[in-house]
Design a protein around this ligand. Structure first.
Ligand SMILES: [Zn+2]
Length: 572
């Protein structure tokens, strides 16, 4: 049973839907309710039944009754309309100062993990801007941290980007330019703009927060150059190169930040060639400038570091790209941080980086989310700096719009009850059902015997002597509703107003599993109902499906075939 709150939400959604479109539709109402109560996704069948009941009731009301019942919610409905208008407004795609025909930007992932929805936002925007401003988009691997980076992540990024359909106009790697970075470092040192600090890490941290200078800041250029050369020749195993700024700077990012540090690990691309590696703060402006980037985008968390970005280029006399900030996109009740992902995998809560509950690109692909849906979804936020923490339902709704017309309708019988129907004439035994109510997707055809299975949920409401309809097949009269097998007989007629029963026929169904995906987190922790498996019988047509095919289990929702051996379907 659904709660009172949910019941009211269903009523409101059904009323609104009926007012807007004349008739309410189950699927629309279910999705509206889910956006307010995402946790119900775990028990979507319960919801579906409640919605079906209420929608039938609302659709049977006359216009006057409908208006009367909706009256109580009038204000709320108007408020919703306003919100919707804001949500659906297209953001202005504009970058201050950007010039048509003279434009280049880049997507700069670090290959230290898997691509997720948070990366999809900038890369789709960058591609969009590159097209709007008739310029180029480069793929730039920011790979100067040998500890964490791997070739497999480079490959995974490329695979995901290709799947998303992102075109690039070039590709380059920070780690291929280390010699050049070294020579720029030497220039800074010679000009007194950088120094080698030999303080322990903790000391550096403390001095930075207290604004205290260390002895190394007073070293001569010659001394710094000597130490620096020892570092890059691997003759020293300690030391960092720091920007020579002001340790009392109000912008904490300018308090002598680290430009290079020693990392002795083997690099996935450069091997053991280097042990001194530039930081993000140093290599990003230089790479952007060198490669002809005119407009660089990064999330607003980096805004404090813009000053350093420009400063480095100023000191080296290099061309300065424009930097634009935007808000990061985060999905509510989900995780993307590498540390958290590892924690969840190690604890067995999720199966891997492509677990369908996650928002990695591999997960979304596996779940059947289309690249176009991801694109539409992320572009909505534009360059806004307002933090966008949204539920995944917005993305799922975008996806449903795209898959609806290609999803074959199908019956999924949960907790099957046996039904035996007597007196079916030969001509009624050949059943032909449309695979889609409005699109031309062909037919599902069955030759039935006398034995069927129906949902237990439906079975409860069958009374002795009552009429019902096996959906898209024929009418039956219930003779004996109780017992192991429900007994019924064939009845001729159309049966428009009868209770419609989903069914499978004996000898023509497959055992399968429908997996409902809910939010990964609830509150602060793992949501134990994030994945709910329901066993059932699926009509025989399912055996013709291939992995990746999308179906709509009637009254339940869209599912994608994930595994053929077990006939496992994942909710979308
Ligand atoms: Zn020092």
């Amino acid at each position: 049973m659904v709660s009172k709150d949910v019941e009211e939400e269903i009523r409101k959604a059904a009323l609104k839907n009926a007012l807007d479109y004349g008739k309410a539709r189950d699927s629309t109402v279910i999705n509206t309710v889910l956006s307010g109560f995402p946790e119900l996704r775990a028990d979507i069948r319960e919801l579906a039944w409640a919605v079906n009941k209420e929608v039938s009731r609302i659709n049977s009301l006359g216009k006057e009754e409908l208006e009367k019942e909706a009256g109580a919610y009038r204000k709320e409905f108007e408020e919703k309309e306003r919100e919707k208008a804001i949500r659906t407004a297209k953001p202005k795609m504009e970058l201050e100062g950007a010039q048509k025909g003279h434009f280049a930007t880049r997507f700069p992932p670090e290959p230290n993990g898997y691509m997720h929805i948070g990366h999809a936002k900038p890369v789709f925007m960058e591609r969009e801007f590159a097209d709007i401003y008739e310029g180029g988009l480069f793929l730039y691997f920011d790979d100067t941290n040998p500890e964490a980076e791997r070739q497999e992540y480079v490959e995974a990024f490329k695979k995901d980007l290709e799947w998303l359909g992102i075109r690039f106009d070039g590709e380059y790697y920070a780690s291929d330019n280390i010699e050049r970075m070294y020579s720029y470092a030497a220039t800074l040192i010679k000009n007194g703009n950088a120094y080698v600090c030999l303080c322990p890490v903790e000391q550096v941290k403390e001095n930075r927060s207290t604004g205290k200078e260390c002895v190394h800041k007073k070293q001569t250029s010659a001394e710094n150059l000597r130490l620096w050369n020892e570092m890059i020749k691997k003759e020293r195993d300690t030391g960092i190169l720091r920007y020579n700024g002001n340790l009392k700077d109000l912008n904490t990012a300018m308090r002598d930040p680290t430009l290079f540090r020693i990392k002795a690990e083997t690099h996935y691309r450069q091997g053991a060639k280097y042990s001194v590696w530039p930081t993000y703060d140093f290599n990003t402006p230089i790479m952007d400038s060198m490669k002809g980037v005119t407009d660089a985008m990064r999330s607003k968390e980096y805004e404090l570091r813009d000053e350093l970005y420009y400063k480095i280029l100023d000191l080296l006399g290099l061309r300065k790209p424009r930097v634009h900030s935007f808000a990061r996109l985060e999905i509510k009740d989900n995780i993307t941080s590498k540390r958290k992902l590892k924690e969840f995998i190690n604890s067995g809560n999720i199966s891997g980086f492509d677990d369908p509950r996650l928002v990695t690109i591999a997960s979304l692909r596996r779940r059947g989310i289309l690249p176009e849906a991801i694109r539409e979804f992320v572009l909505r936020f534009g360059m806004s700096k307002t933090n966008s923490q949204v539920g995944i339902d917005m993305l799922l709704a975008e996806n449903r719009k795209l898959i609806d017309s290609r999803a074959v309708r199908m019956f999924f019988i949960e907790r099957p009850r046996k039904l035996s129907v007597g007196g079916i004439p030969a001509e009624a035994r050949k059943i032909r059902m449309k695979a889609h109510p409005s699109e031309d997707l062909g037919f599902r055809e069955y030759e039935v015997g006398s034995e069927f299975f129906i949902n237990s949920h439906d079975a409860i409401s069958l009374k002795k002597g009552s009429l019902a309809r096996l959906k898209d097949a024929f009418n039956i009269r219930i003779l004996e509703p109780g017992g192991d097998t429900i007994k019924a007989e064939y009845v001729e007629g159309k049966g428009n107003d009868l209770l419609k029963l989903q069914w499978v026929s004996e000898g023509n169904y497959v055992d399968g599993k429908a997996i409902s995906i809910g939010n990964l987190l609830s509150g602060d922790g793992f949501n134990k109902k994030s994945m709910v498996v329901t066993d059932g019988y699926i009509e025989g047509y399912a055996s013709e499906l291939k992995i990746g095919d999308i179906v709509q289990f009637e009254k339940i929702g869209f599912f994608k075939l994930d595994d053929r051996k077990e006939m496992t379907f994942i909710s979308m």
